[in-house]
Ligand binder design. Structure first.
Ligand code: 26Y
Length: 815
């Protein structure tokens, strides 16, 4: 055992004090969870003073703030991240060492706060970190789902979903604010009443739900201005309905309560797919109404006059999910504050901005009109009026073009289209990468762009390099700090200084050592969690993201089968050891996605057990991909697989995390891959596949014939046949027939919608080039380190600066 430090660190006293006062424990009889809780309480103490001071200052100085509204915030764990951002990690580590406790074990006691599905929710979390680090006044507003994204297990090769219970360990970070609760109304009828002041809308027979805010501090690096994440929790107005209770109808007496509280019970696990469910609509109205009511209340308290709201608040809506904030604010201003329509609209149109994250039609939110009207009658009439006025404007722009007007209108074919509402009302509409911004202008919002060209902008996504480098990759971070100091943590431009170090042997040795250490850490994780042994000297090839057909995990599977066929036919044809990691959750109702998981595991079974391949190829499916797993997986990666069909991935943010951690990208010219390519050049990346233009061509001329690839390419045919010829162990021969058919024949839809067969050869080629490059270590690591050196621009600090310069115009809080 290493010698104990002589002096007892002060933090030891703090931690022991918490153990005693909160849990009645001493170190000897405290559980690891107690120790986690005690550390978290200590860290929380360090945050609270700053937090309260900063908020008071914003109020006192009358600073403008942004409300970042999002149905999802994928936060992950907070303890170690907060310690790093507060610059107290080393002290706590030393204190725990002194106590004989491993800080990494303590860390693992915390459940991930997984209040999001994937990219969109994680982006929101990165943005809060950057807002706070840049000292910009901000509040994230969302839903306090009791159960976040399901936990995933793989049983017999298939995904099984299990309940997530993040609150068990997450509640240390929250502050409940019951005095700020607001009431939300659903259903009922509305009546127009003439009063001496004019027409008034009255709402009757509605049912009420209370919204209680829980605030969580989001601590940026060395911040003066921790951001708040305000999550709303649903509560019944009356605990028990006594009228029913007194009649002896106990079930009925409980019913209201259950109906109310179900609203914030669980996060919908669908990512990029909307099913138009009523409970989801309730969730969205619930948190948007609560946010607008509390915003109005605060503004009245601080400034009195609601006409000045746009001078003090910017609202950014993260995709269309929070759109109802727009008509809800109209309602509050008109029905509760006596504004006229134009007066209210003039406030609203100056406050809201909309970020679009997808162009895929199945993810565009449309609500059935009748369901909407029943649940939200007043909001419906407001949207109806917005639509009428908007259509009048459209008529001016496109006189007589009924088809165009109906395609742009907010309500049509008995549906309410949220994206059209956003585009109609919002000040700015932004895409999340340059190519995505272009696609918005030229396709999804083409006609709106003609009407309001200045409204549409593109701001490329980013990631917080505090979590994704400083937290996730300690060895590389230490190395960077040693050579260029700590400045890069708050100044992403300093990444550029790394470029000069590519010629410094000491730095390069350190870089390689860091990658190797991270690979060993991942190998240990896979052994501990899943009992799988992997070779840490193999290439680590990683595809980690939600399971979706457009992301093309299936293309990677076809490639592995191709290598399998090659090696079993001729062992000399491919000898480079590679571990292929997949990590992905599928929406529980997405049958094809789940079947792809089943396929990955069947292929793993095949190649990991065949004596001819088992020392060369290894396929590992990482269970339960979440933020914490990503923190282990990404720093260990050599090949970053970014395979989406061009035009489909709005940006991607995983691609940036891998790049920053010194992985080299194999990818299509899609989303932010295009900008990664601009940063590193084609010689430091492996680009493959059809471009957006080529895909558009094939679509325009309906010229894509996947069957021809099948017929002409014998190796491809052999690969595809493996799906149905009984070679895959542990499954029925019919198990993957649907996947096979979807690629070659298609049934209710077009065959191979995502162009896998088209890009198959091009992918193999790119992969082979990457393997070749890897086999020249000096050049390879130079390429990898160059990727890190060029990644600064993908810090979300840059992204938030751009939002601020182009949309919000907030002033940072000064010390
Ligand atoms: C409402 C429901 C249908 C829905 C739920 C979740 C719709 C969409 C989503 C999530 C979308 C999402 O995560 N989009 C991703 O956003 C990232 C951040 O901008 C992008 O990097 C990524 O390309 C995009 O797919």
């Amino acid at each position: 055992m290493a010698a104990l430090p002589k002096k007892r660190p002060q933090e030891v006293t703090l931690i022991l004090g918490k153990l005693k006062r909160h849990f009645g424990k001493t170190l000897e009889n405290a559980s690891m969870e107690h120790i986690y809780q005690a550390c978290a309480l200590c860290v929380r103490d360090e945050i609270m003073d700053r937090w309260i001071n900063a908020r008071n200052k914003v109020d006192k100085e009358g600073k403008k703030m942004v409300l970042y509204m999002s149905a999802e915030f994928l936060i992950g764990r907070a303890l170690v991240n907060n310690m790093i951002n507060l610059e107290i990690f080393d002290k706590y580590k030393a204190a725990l060492d002194y106590m004989g406790v491993d800080i990494h074990q303590v860390e693992q006691e915390e459940n991930d706060a997984a209040l999001g599905n994937g990219g969109l929710g994680r982006l929101a979390a990165c943005f809060l970190d950057s807002l706070s680090t840049l000292n910009l006044p901000a509040m994230g507003c969302g839903i306090r789902y009791e159960h976040g994204l399901f936990r995933q297990r793989i049983l017999d090769g298939s995904q099984v979903e299990m309940e997530d219970n993040w609150i068990e360990t997450g509640d240390v970070w929250e502050v409940e604010n019951p005095e700020e609760e607001v009431e939300i109304h659903f259903g009922g009828e509305i009546h127009e009443v003439w009063t001496e002041k004019g027409l008034k809308i009255e709402h009757y027979n509605y049912s009420s739900v209370l919204a209680v805010p829980y605030d969580m501090p989001i601590v940026g690096y060395n911040t003066k201005m921790p951001a708040a994440l305000r999550l709303w929790s649903a509560r019944a107005k009356n605990n028990l309905d006594m009228t029913f209770f007194n009649r002896g109808d106990y079930t009925r007496a409980m019913e209201e309560r259950e109906l109310a509280e179900v609203i914030s019970k669980v996060l919908y696990p669908e990512d990029n797919h909307e099913a138009g469910r009523q409970l989801r609509l309730k969730q969205f109205y619930f948190f948007t109404s609560a946010t607008m009511q509390s915003m109005v209340r605060r503004h009245k308290n601080l400034y009195g006059d609601l006409h000045t709201l746009p001078e003090y608040v910017e609202v950014q809506i993260n995709d269309t999910h929070p759109t109802l904030a727009i008509p809800e604010l109209m309602r509050i201003l008109m029905d509760e504050e006596g504004f006229g329509w134009e007066e209210a609209y003039d406030v609203v149109r100056r406050m809201f901005n909309y970020t679009n994250h997808t162009i895929m039609s199945e993810a565009l939110e449309c609500w059935p009109k009748d369901m909407f009207r029943l649940l939200l009658p007043r909001i419906y009439t407001i949207i109806d009026t917005l639509n009428e006025k908007y259509c009048a404007r459209l008529w001016q722009a496109f006189p007589g073009d009924f088809e165009k007007i109906s395609s742009l209108s907010i309500i049509a074919y008995n549906e309410i289209r949220m994206a059209n509402l956003c585009v109609a009302v919002c000040k700015k509409v932004n895409g999340v990468s340059q190519i995505h911004g272009d696609i918005l202008k030229t396709s999804l919002f083409r006609d709106n762009y003609v009407m309001d060209p200045e409204k549409f902008i593109a701001i490329t996504n980013g990631i917080t390099h505090r979590r994704w480098l400083a937290k996730a990759n300690p060895p590389l971070t230490k190395l960077i700090e040693k050579h260029i100091g700590k400045g890069f943590l708050t100044d992403y431009k300093q990444f550029d200084k790394l470029e000069a170090l590519l010629d410094n042997p000491e730095f390069m040795e350190g870089f390689i050592a860091a990658k190797e250490e991270n690979k060993r850490r991942l190998a240990g994780y896979v052994m501990e969690k899943q009992g799988i042994e992997i070779n840490p000297h193999a290439i680590f090839d990683v595809q980690a993201k939600r399971l979706h057909e457009y992301k093309r995990q299936l293309l990677k599977v076809l490639h592995i089968l191709y290598l399998y066929n090659k090696i079993t036919a001729d062992p000399a044809s491919f000898t480079q050891p590679v571990v292929f990691f997949f990590a992905a959750k599928a929406s529980p109702g997405y049958v094809r996605a789940k079947n792809i998981i089943r396929l990955i595991n069947a292929v793993a079974d095949l190649v990991n057990n065949d004596p001819k391949t088992k020392d060369i190829l290894k396929v590992v499916f990482i269970e339960n991909y979440n933020v914490s797993a990503a923190e282990i997986l990404i720093p260990a990666t050599d090949f970053s697989e970014q395979l989406s069909t061009a035009g489909k991935e709005a940006s991607g943010t995983g691609n940036m995390k891998f790049m920053m951690n010194g992985a080299v990208t194999i990818g299509t010219m899609d989303g932010a891959n295009v900008e990664i390519c601009e940063r590193v050049g084609r010689e430091n990346m492996f680009i493959f596949g059809a471009t957006v233009e080529e895909i558009n061509q094939m679509q325009r001329f309906n010229s894509y014939r996947p069957g021809e690839y099948y017929e002409k390419d014998a190796e491809l045919r052999d690969v595809l046949n493996k799906l149905i010829d009984g070679s895959l162990p542990g499954v029925n021969e019919r198990q993957f027939a649907d996947l096979y058919h979807s690629l070659i024949f298609g049934d209710y839809e077009k065959a191979d919608q995502y162009y896998l067969l088209h890009d198959f050869r091009s992918y193999i080629n790119a992969f082979n080039r990457a393997v070749k490059a890897y086999q020249h270590p000096e050049e390879w690591y130079r390429m990898a380190a160059y990727n890190t050196a060029r990644s600064g621009i993908f810090s979300s600090d840059r992204t938030i600066r751009e939002y601020n310069d182009r949309i919000w115009h907030l002033e940072p809080l000064k010390g």
